[in-house]
Design a protein. Structure first.
Lengths: 112, 113
């Protein structure tokens, strides 16, 4: 079966750094995605990892270790607008038809 | 940049009635998906399509059917709505390339009373 785990909620301070972890056990692996979702809105794409290592994109970075079934999303220089849910998702199939399997999301609260 | 739109945005319906949600895309993407999102469950795949008239079931397909008669439109039908189908429904599209995740529509909030 598919299982993707991430913390339910995290709190961090404006200007600080936060790391959101994701572990997965899936029948296959063809990429890991991170999405941001503000309350009442659609998820929006943040990052994609398919090989081990760190991908950096501005204030956001995402790391993948396939052997450990582990990823994290690192957010730097936190801003109040970063308060949102962050969704980890795995593509376990080889083709575009296969839907992504999502974790339940991590609700990130940024405090002044 | 409304490459994907969902309608209606909100709907209240009675138990036992059929309901159809529409997803329309202007990106000419091959793959389209319907998800539902519920507290404590995250996003769960209902049905997906990999081309015109080509559809398949996802994780939570019971009570739902879909149709895709044109590349741009993917319809989700609740054959006889139940209160357990109260949810937020998201449509998503993909061009199928490995690094392309999904683009999501704005969602439909459905309440079954």
């Amino acid at each position: 079966g598919q299982n993707i785990d991430q913390p339910t909620e995290m709190t961090a301070t404006e200007g600080a750094i936060v790391q959101i972890n994701c572990t997965y056990q899936t029948s296959g692996f063809n990429g890991l995605f991170w999405y941001q979702q503000h309350a009442g809105e659609a998820p929006t794409f943040l990052s994609y990892n398919v090989l081990d290592g760190l991908e950096e994109k501005g204030r956001f970075s995402s790391f993948l270790s396939r052997s450990k079934g582990y990823s994290y999303l690192l957010l730097k220089e936190l801003q109040m607008k970063d308060s949102a849910s962050y969704l980890c998702a795995v593509r376990d199939g080889g083709g575009g038809a296969d839907g992504l399997t999502f974790g339940k999301g991590t609700h990130l609260i940024i405090q002044p | 940049d409304a490459g994907i739109t969902q309608s209606p945005r909100h709907k209240v319906t009675e138990t036992g009635t059929p309901v159809t949600l529409r997803c329309h895309q202007t990106e000419n993407h091959r793959y389209m998906y319907w998800y539902r999102q519920d507290p404590g469950h995250g996003l769960r795949l209902i049905h997906y399509s990999y081309g015109v008239k080509d559809t398949d079931k996802g994780e939570v397909s019971d009570g739902y059917s879909v149709s895709r008669s044109k590349t741009e439109d993917f319809l989700l039908t609740l054959e006889s709505a139940t209160s357990s189908q109260t949810s937020v429904y998201f449509c998503a599209i993909s061009d199928g390339t490995a690094s392309y995740g999904y683009t999501f529509g704005s969602g439909t909030r459905l309440t079954v009373v």
